[in-house]
Write a new protein. Sequence first.
Length: 121
Amino acid sequence: MAEPIKSYRDLIAWQKAFDLGKRVYALAGGLPEHERFGLIAAIRRLAYSIASQIAAGYGKGNTGDYLWHLKHARGEIYQLDTQLMFAFDFKYLDTDQYEPVKSQLDESERVLAGLIRSLER
């Protein structure tokens, strides 16, 4: 049986987003220095914002606000996916760097989508 949710940190969606954020934040550090104010800044902001949106929504105390933040987090996952595609297409990331993080991003999105669906019922 699953443990009861006592904190946003107990949410699997938050845990996956937090792990994704750490990985992506570190990965962005390997991008070219000339992207410091472009892709690096955008990717790093999104890396920590997704888990932060989930936590903020959980703390709001009502389902409507919670869903708004979760959907905002999902939008940021899609933004992050797009930024990573740019980095990959510009050859700043190779396949061995891109594919594992893309897989992790997709898993995070699936779990988040499931949480959204469960709250919308």
